[in-house]
Design a protein around this ligand. Sequence first.
Ligand SMILES: [Zn+2]
Length: 87
Amino acid sequence: MAGSAIFVADGGHFRFNTPMAAPRREVKLPYREMNIGCPHCRAPLIIGTVMDRILLSRRTCPKCGKEFLIENDVPKKPDGGLKKELF
Ligand SMILES: [Zn+2]
């Protein structure tokens, strides 16, 4: 990964992380995008989330069609050390 997605212009007049600086755009949810790799096929994926940190989320890779888990922002195979879900 090279660099960050934060643009700073004119000494910081434009900052993504200050919702008050953008009066026309109410930011209620801190939407962000994460770049991860599929744990199955290593395809680069972009995960959009409104959570500060993805504690546990289940996604399906659009490339290989397999399910994987995101645990603490880390993509994992669903059978990687996790016990079967009891439902
Ligand atoms: Zn995949």
